[in-house]
Ligand binder design. Structure first.
Ligand code: MRU
Length: 351
């Protein structure tokens, strides 16, 4: 993915997104001029990846304020509460969504009594959404700085799903250390898991890395163990949708299996995420809501039925990797290593 290609941006009264359902073959833009279209884009995964969903939802809240017919600030706050509930309900696992809508709503509550009417408040909320995006991009670059030294010389890194520029405001989380190491002139190679059933690895990560000239090899998910056993993987770096207080981490389905494989083969397993993905309100990973998506996404591939008509298919979209399998969590404020409870609190609260 080139530095110029944006994932989420604001343009002339609309939230604009690169349509991730059409990549890698077409680069189309989705324009969302109302909250319902923003919600649909999140639900259908035209935009996906925890931080990118957060940035989109922040703009969705600003849009809700800008299009609201509310005659006063109190009525506008009520509209924003409704918009937040609606947006948050689109995808339950990635905490960045609710984190971003809460941030914009909190800003509205804070500024409400001071501003000169609903229009002024809506404009201030658009500024807040811009800040969410700008800060996300900066966090991704900082994750790159902290994570690059963890990749050994000539490092062969395995990643799962897409935690790249497309999943964030740009640059990525799991891909950030790889991008930074590569930018420093170091030789690296990335094993890209295809990531069934939605194929974020094959469609998006392979595309991004290829566009950036970073050497990669695409593998199907069931090849990871073989590659590790053959001594071809030096470390694993994945993103996260929610990291709870004890370090348990929700990420794309299949991440847990990779972590077990990595432990068995003595390979470091890193999670890379901004502090907006840390949820200290949950003590352990069993409390994380796991999104169940349509079984059609399992029985069909690119619109083609690949299973017998009428069979049942399951589609949990995420799993939870227990903290004990994680070597380190790379955040924009540094790498947290066990014990995770004090370390995560320190980076989250800046303590
Ligand atoms: O269902 P998706 O594609 O939104 O899932 C994305 C992931 O699991 C990513 O690894 C995670 O959101 C981190 S993105 C920087």
């Amino acid at each position: 993915m080139s530095e110029e290609l944006r994932t989420v941006w604001w343009e002339q009264g609309a939230v604009c997104l690169i349509d991730q359902l059409r990549l890698p073959h077409e680069q189309l833009v989705v324009r969302c001029e109302d909250v319902a279209t923003v919600a649909k884009a999140i639900k259908t995964m035209q935009v996906r990846g925890a931080p990118a969903i957060g940035c989109t939802a922040a703009y969705g809240m600003a849009l809700a304020a800008l299009v609201s017919p509310a005659a006063d600030v109190v009525a506008l706050l009520a509209d924003l509460e409704t918009a937040k509930v609606f947006l948050d309900s689109q995808r339950p696992t990635a905490v960045n969504l609710a984190w971003a809508t809460e941030r914009v709503l909190a800003k509205a509550r804070q500024l409400g009594p001071e501003v000169d009417g609903p229009r002024a408040l809506a404009e201030a909320l658009l500024e807040e959404a811009h800040a969410v995006l700008t800060e996300d991009l900066a966090m991704c670059h900082a994750i790159g700085d902290h994570g690059a030294p963890l990749i050994p010389a000539g490092g062969r890194v395995l990643t799962h799903c897409n935690a790249g520029g497309l999943a964030t405001a740009g640059y990525g989380t799991a891909l950030a250390p790889m991008r930074s190491a590569f930018a420093q002139g170091r030789s690296i190679h990335v094993w890209v898991d295809e990531t069934r059933p939605f194929l974020q690895g094959a469609r998006l990560t392979a595309w991004e890395l290829h566009q950036s000239g970073i050497p990669l090899t695409l593998i199907t998910d069931n090849m990871a163990g073989y590659m590790m056993k053959s001594g071809k993987v030096d470390c694993v770096i994945v993103g996260a949708d929610r990291i709870v207080a004890n370090g348990d981490t929700a990420n794309k389905i299949g991440t847990y299996s990779l972590a077990i494989l990595a432990r068995f083969h003595g390979i470091p397993f890193y999670v890379a995420a901004p502090t907006s993905t840390i949820d200290l309100s949950m003590e352990h990973g069993d409390l994380i809501p796991i999104e169940e998506r349509s079984s059609d996404e399992v029985t069909h591939l690119a619109g083609q039925l690949i299973a017998p008509v009428g069979v049942n298919a399951a589609h949990p979209a995420f799993d939870v990797t227990p903290a004990e399998l994680i070597t380190g969590i790379i955040t924009e404020r540094g790498v947290v290593t066990p014990p995770f409870v004090p370390g995560l609190r320190r980076v989250k609260e800046g303590a």
